[in-house]
Design a protein around this ligand. Structure first.
Ligand code: AP5
Length: 190
């Protein structure tokens, strides 16, 4: 298996690039944000709980997100590998992922971090908010999501730096330019 984490602040292009990477490398795209939004739409107990946090731009508690992922890993162990998008977002989640991949004789091969300026993130998310219907795509919540990323999620970088798996990638430019940069790194580490 070949497993990557696509990492970066809200609006950095993780979802956009995951769709292209998934096709090129035939990987399973596992977006915790998409799974949580689906649970919210279905009003499951997890969805109802998650809505409280997501609407404010806060992280959903680790135990809920981890619990949600347990089955998903096993369902896809016969695949070429995973793109983890939006996960891990805390050190606890990173540790969970490491242990659970090791138990299944595999690992994260690279943490690809999209680097994008704050003003560009806000611009992209405000633009998307005009059509997305995402309750977290409004300015006050966007600001908080970016702050939460810096305070609670960015420390995950250090976790992967220690494992020698951290790869920063310039996330400004066209979608295709950024995709080429990501593929360049993947070809090196594969
Ligand atoms: P999640 O769904 O993961 O959202 P996010 O990290 O805030 O990221 P986005 O989806 O907003 O942005 P993205 O980086 O994917 O960029 P995208 O490609 O969409 O999480 C949402 C919430 O769920 C969290 O706040 C939290 O509450 C909860 N959650 C999720 N996972 C969790 C976890 N593990 N633990 C705890 N809580 C969790 O692009 C954004 C826009 O920019 C799009 O309109 C796109 O078309 C555009 N765009 C993309 N690339 C470019 C480009 N190069 N140039 C111009 N525009 C571009």
């Amino acid at each position: 298996m070949f497993n990557i984490v696509i990492f970066g602040p809200p609006g950095s292009g993780k979802g956009t690039q995951s769709v292209k990477l998934k096709e090129k490398y035939r990987l399973v795209h596992l977006s915790t944000g998409d799974i949580l939004r689906d649970a919210m739409a279905k009003k499951t107990p997890l969805g109802v709980k998650a809505q409280e946090y997501m609407g404010k731009g806060e992280l959903v508690p680790d135990e809920d997100v981890i619990g949600m992922l347990m089955g998903v890993l096993d369902e896809n162990m016969d695949s070429n590998g995973f793109i983890f998008d939006g996960f891990p977002r805390t050190e606890k989640q990173a540790l969970f992922l490491k242990k659970n991949l090791e138990k299944r004789d595999t690992m994260i091969h690279a943490l690809l971090t999209l680097e994008v300026k704050r003003e560009e993130l806000i611009k992209r998310l405000i633009d998307r908010g005009k059509q997305s219907g995402r309750s977290d795509d409004k300015l006050s919540v966007i600001e908080n999501r970016i702050n939460v990323y810096h305070d609670q999620t960015a420390p995950v970088i250090e976790f992967y730096q220690k494992l020698d798996k951290y790869y920063p990638v310039a996330g400004m430019g066209t979608i295709d330019e950024i995709f080429d940069r990501l593929c360049g790194v993947i070809e090196e580490v594969k």
